[in-house]
Design a protein around this ligand. Structure first.
Ligand SMILES: Nc1nc2c(c(=O)[nH]1)N[C@H]1C(S)=C(S)[C@@H](COP(=O)(O)O)O[C@H]1N2
Ligand SMILES: [Mo]
Length: 199
């Protein structure tokens, strides 16, 4: 695990500057899963982008790993109020899967093994703000945390970071996902404390 101390990461940042309202910092990495942990072998893993017309494009594990990889470090914020600073990831930015896709859609639904879904504006997963992450802190991502690969969308509450991600479905109409359809905020910006519908 990465040790955390604000002073050890370049310019010190005041806690208040990096802790969204209503959150507390934690050094542990809690596991939050709505169901059992699926075991997804990399041998059969695929990542599929489906457009609003039904056109699909899929990548195998090896094809995904052959795409340009990025190391990325982020603070993550769970709606249950824990925040974890300076989490280290390696993965593929979603632009790599989406740039060549022809679409008129403005929304995506991230889909996961086990049935979990979460919706996001397409623009929020472009421009290097979201990844398919397969490595955490230098090690293959554990199944509990979404391995072999999960979505990482650190600028939104962590429920948007679908574990065991299997693909993205582009939609013209916004379609609330698993938590969004039972009252979680549709967008989920931790800095605006968008926890529930109406926040
Ligand atoms: N497939 C799937 N992805 C998921 C979830 C889930 O239940 N299933 N829980 C979400 C929630 S609410 C959070 S806070 C984070 C938790 O990730 P962690 O267990 O790695 O901390 O995963 C998100 N992604
Ligand atoms: Mo969460």
């Amino acid at each position: 695990m990465t040790s955390f101390s604000p002073g050890f990461h370049g310019r010190p940042r005041a806690l208040a500057d990096r802790l969204p309202p209503g959150q507390y910092p934690t050094e542990s990495f809690p596991v939050l899963s709505a169901g059992p942990t699926p075991r997804v072998p990399t041998e059969t893993w695929t990542f599929t982008v489906t457009t609003e017309t039904g056109a699909t494009r899929s990548w195998t594990w090896d094809e995904m790993m052959a795409l340009p990889q990025q190391e990325t470090v982020h603070d993550i914020h769970c709606v249950t109020r824990w925040s974890k600073f300076d989490t280290h990831w390696r993965g593929v930015p979603l632009t790599a899967f989406l740039d060549d896709v022809e679409t008129a859609a403005d929304h995506v639904v991230a889909e996961a093994h086990g049935g979990y879904t979460t919706n996001l504006p397409l623009e929020d997963v472009l421009d290097g703000r979201a990844w398919v992450a397969h490595t955490y802190d230098g090690y293959p991502l554990s199944p509990e945390h979404g391995g072999p690969a999960r979505l990482l969308v650190p600028h939104l509450y962590f429920w948007k970071s679908a574990k065991w991600v299997s693909g993205l479905r582009l939609t013209v109409e916004d379609e609330p996902g698993f938590w969004e359809s039972v009252g979680y905020h549709n967008y989920g910006d931790p800095w605006r404390e968008q926890r529930n519908w109406g926040d």
